[in-house]
Design a protein around this ligand. Structure first.
Ligand code: NIG
Ligand code: FE
Length: 406
């Protein structure tokens, strides 16, 4: 969509081009044209010729401006809820125990299969809407509650349709390897082979898949099964990511990094050797503090060691009905700081710069810089660290999407 050349001035712009640049304002003005940032800096150094070309002038009242936020790990398309399991867990039954009894992910699979596509879209829309209200302009959405070819396709179609409805960049991830469906009970290897050899190529051919994920953990899939799936993904030219180390280290990271995974996610159980692997593969560590909080876990991911090794850290909601019934990326940022020890600038970079990297979004996405997309959020705040500080308070003033304020 073409937009007029606009000067946005009197702002405090956190460019987020690095973690350090997420700590403080590094510019006070920018010029947008045709959905992109043409110029960014301090207004006093804006070239007169460019200023003369600006058709609109928008005074942002000294407000904080950040890139549009990016939620790089969600399962927000699903039907039903698992509030009854929450009540059970409050009585002392563990998440893993509920899953062993056929609840957990498989409970949501039953509800999702039973919902028609319109119902699935209607159930999922409020969650995306809540994230959009917080300034989320790009999001990853996984399948994984269908577990048949057609139900996985429906989930991914709904994810794409939501992106169109709310004008949000959606990246879809095939997570058919989320649980073994009842049709394959006791035959996990066969299931993974069918997903790798039949479903994945079919879903890719339908244009529904941007990435592939597998839940590689105790009680879920093995590292050997991840290798089979990732080899197929590579053959199709599709990037991979992995749920790893949420409950136990089952050797998944070694496989994920061998396949240059864009990200490895959760990482509560993470060895020093795997931190080194993430660093040399350039994989992003996606931290999911709301899941950790919801399950009452006590071993946080080794953030200090990840930081020391130079592993980029992203933060995401993990929005899902079991471990993270949450549709607030701002809350995830706050919890990333308080529960995992992230600095506020790491949390902000984690939902902008690093989240864009985890999704391999177009260059410049997740930052504010000349040449990049003109997607930004104007906040009723002064300093970037206020974003990680407030709990349960959305101070979004306005969202600018492709250079147009909405
Ligand atoms: O990221 N652990 C695996 N997957 C999800 C939970 C999904 C669910 O419980 O429905 C997670 O925590
Ligand atoms: Fe997840």
């Amino acid at each position: 969509m073409a937009s007029a050349t606009t000067l946005w001035r009197n702002a405090r712009i956190a460019t987020c081009t690095s973690v350090a640049a997420a700590a403080t304002a590094g510019a006070d003005a920018l010029v947008t044209r045709d959905g992109r940032i043409e110029w960014l800096g301090y207004e006093r150094s804006l070239p007169a010729s460019l200023r003369a070309r600006c058709e609109h002038d928008s005074d942002l009242g000294g407000r904080l401006v950040t890139p549009g936020l990016i939620d790089c790990h969600t399962h927000l398309v699903f039907a039903g809820d698992r509030a009854a399991e929450f009540a059970e867990r409050q009585r002392g039954v563990s998440y893993e125990e509920i899953a062993r009894r056929g609840g957990g992910i498989l409970a949501t699979v039953r509800a999702t299969r039973a919902a028609n596509t319109d119902a699935l879209l209607a159930a999922s829309a409020p969650r995306l809407e809540a994230l959009a209200r917080e300034g989320v302009t790009a999001i990853e959405i996984k399948s994984g509650y269908g577990l048949t070819l057609e139900d996985e396709a429906r989930m991914l179609e709904v994810a794409r349709a939501l992106g169109r409805r709310y004008d949000i960049d959606v990246r879809t991830t095939c997570l058919a390897a989320h649980a073994v469906p009842p049709e394959f009970a006791g035959h996990a290897d066969d299931y993974v082979r069918v997903v790798a050899e039949e479903w994945l190529p079919a879903l890719v051919a339908r244009g529904l898949v941007d990435g592939v994920d597998i839940y590689c953990d105790r009680g879920a899939f093995t590292a050997a099964q991840a290798r089979v799936l990732f080899a197929a993904a590579r053959g199709l030219g599709i990037a991979v990511r992995m749920h790893a180390g949420q409950f136990a280290d089952v050797g998944g990271i070694e496989v994920a990094t061998e396949f240059a995974a864009l990200s490895c996610d959760h990482l509560e159980e993470l060895s020093a050797a795997d931190i080194a692997r993430l660093a040399s593969a350039g994989s992003v560590a996606v931290l999911l503090p709301v899941a950790y909080y919801t399950l009452g876990q006590t071993r946080a991911p080794p953030v200090a060691a990840l930081r020391a090794a130079g592993v980029p850290m992203a933060v995401a909601t993990d929005c899902n009905p079991g471990t993270s019934p949450c549709a607030s990326l701002l809350l995830a940022m706050n919890m990333g700081c308080r529960l995992f020890g992230l600095t506020p600038e790491e949390a902000l970079a984690g939902v902008t710069l690093q989240a864009a990297r985890a999704l391999a979004l177009a260059p410049g996405t997740g930052t504010l810089a000349a040449g990049g997309p003109a997607d930004f959020v104007v906040w009723n705040l002064d300093e970037p660290h206020e974003l990680g500080y407030w709990t349960g308070l959305n101070r979004r003033h306005a969202i600018v999407r492709r250079g147009v304020m909405r």
